[in-house]
Each structure stands twice: as structure tokens, then as C-alpha cells.
Design a protein around this ligand. Structure first.
Ligand SMILES: [Mg+2]
Length: 230
């Protein structure tokens, strides 16, 4: 049986973690390299964690090989699981997300997955914190590829190994909040549904070429129609 694959971005699309990621990155950077505020002013929206880290290392003039990056990754994940419990600006689910995922889970032919620049472990910690993890069957993460454009095919391949197959590329839908989410859908031949709950408004997302732009995900019936339209 052919399915519809819905690939959700996390930050600004499903939820905001109240800058837990920023705080954990900053603490890790300071601990390992003795540099404070290592991530201030570095663009994060739509970027993979790998690229964000590379930008911070370059700016701080720190040379980090594979081993150092692995140490950073491990410590960052530890600190993230601590920071996620603290309050922060706009921390919480984006409007309509819980109801939408609940509804989508009732369709046999629909499988939700993740395409996120987050490393896999913090992605899971975030979604578990907000009780969303069980809605997602597969995903591609910031540690699978440095470039977001490479993530959609990885997620689709993982779906296929899970025996979830699509008839055509347009049966894969990428839902995200930045022009880079739109771009990674376009490159993969997938449909893109952009949602203006993150750092970009409806106009910017439309200009980026999204097939559909929504102001948020709160109207469950309307959003389901958009996502499952072929
Ligand atoms: Mg995002």
C-alpha cells in the first residue's frame, strides 16, 4: 500500500524549546573551549546543528577535529537534557500541533517523520519532553548530514526500510518554518507546506516558493486537507 509521508521540522514548526538548545550549546562551548557566548549572533533558523557548530568554531578561531566534535556532541546532549526543563521565551508547542498529530495518527496511510537540523538525541529529548515522540516513525537529523537539502532523501529511505513507500515524490510533504525547509523540499521534489510560527512571516515563506503557506497549524481540519491533498 502506498502512503503519504509527512516530514516535520521541529523548532518553530512543532515547538519552541525556550532557547534550551542555545543555552546548552553555549555552556558546552565555554566548558570545552573556554569561550563564552560562542553562539551569540550566529544564524540558527533552518540550519543543521553541525553547521551552527562549525560557524561558532570558525568565529572563535578554534580548530576542532572529529574527536573534539564528538566530545562536543556528547556533552551538548547531556547539557541539553538538563536545560530542556527550564523556562524560556515562547517555550511550548506551536498552536494546534498536539491536535493535528493526534488526528494524523488516525489515518492508516499517513506516516509522520522528522526532518530537522537538530542532532538526533536532543531532537528526541525535546519531543519526549512535550509528549510528541510517539507520533514520529522515522527521521533524518543534523548528524546525518550537514546540509538540510540532503536530509529529505535520507528520511524517505528510512521510511522505505520501514515498509512505508510513496507512489510519487509529491506524496512526500515537508512542513517547516524557514526558507531552508522549503528549499530542502523543492530539491527533493517534495511538496512544501510552510508555517509562519517561527522566524519568518507568511510573505517571506511565500517568496521562498512554498506550495502552501499557513499562518499556524491551529485549524486542524484545514491543515489536514492541505497536508493530505495530492
Ligand atoms: Mg525550524
Amino acid at each position: 500500500m502506498f502512503s503519504k509521508i509527512l516530514l516535520f521540522d521541529i523548532d518553530g514548526t512543532l515547538l519552541l524549546s525556550g532557547r534550551a538548545g542555545y543555552r546548552a550549546l553555549t555552556r558546552t562551548f565555554e566548558e570545552l573551549f573556554g569561550v563564552s557566548r560562542g553562539f551569540d549572533g550566529i544564524q540558527v533558523a533552518g540550519m543543521t546543528d553541525e553547521i551552527i557548530l562549525t560557524a561558532a568554531l570558525e568565529r572563535a578561531g578554534v580548530a576542532a577535529g572529529r574527536e573534539t566534535r564528538a566530545r562536543f556532541h556528547a556533552r551538548y546532549c547531556e547539557l541539553f537534557s538538563d536545560e530542556i526543563h527550564f523556562p524560556g521565551p515562547r517555550k511550548g508547542l506551536m498552536p494546534g500541533v498536539a491536535a493535528l498529530l493526534e488526528r494524523l495518527s488516525q489515518y492508516d496511510h499517513v506516516r509522520c517523520g522528522l526532518v530537522t537540523g537538530n542532532f538526533a538525541r536532543p531532537a528526541r529529548i525535546k519531543l519526549e519532553h512535550f509528549n510528541l515522540w510517539s507520533f514520529f516513525h522515522f527521521g533524518a537529523y543534523g548528524d546525518d548530514a550537514a546540509i538540510r537539502d540532503d536530509l529529505v532523501p535520507i528520511a524517505v529511505e528510512r521510511a522505505r526500510r520501514d515498509r512505508v513507500a510513496v507512489k510519487r515524490d509529491g506524496d512526500v510533504v515537508v512542513i517547516g518554518d524557514t526558507p531552508l525547509d522549503v528549499q530542502c523540499a523543492t530539491v527533493a521534489g517534495a511538496r512544501s507546506v510552510a508555517v509562519a510560527t517561527g522566524s519568518y512571516d507568511v510573505g517571506a515563506l511565500r517568496e521562498a516558493g512554498a506550495h502552501v503557506v499557513l499562518s499556524d497549524l491551529s485549524d486542524t481540519n484545514a491543515v489536514v486537507d492541505v497536508l493530505l491533498r495530492s
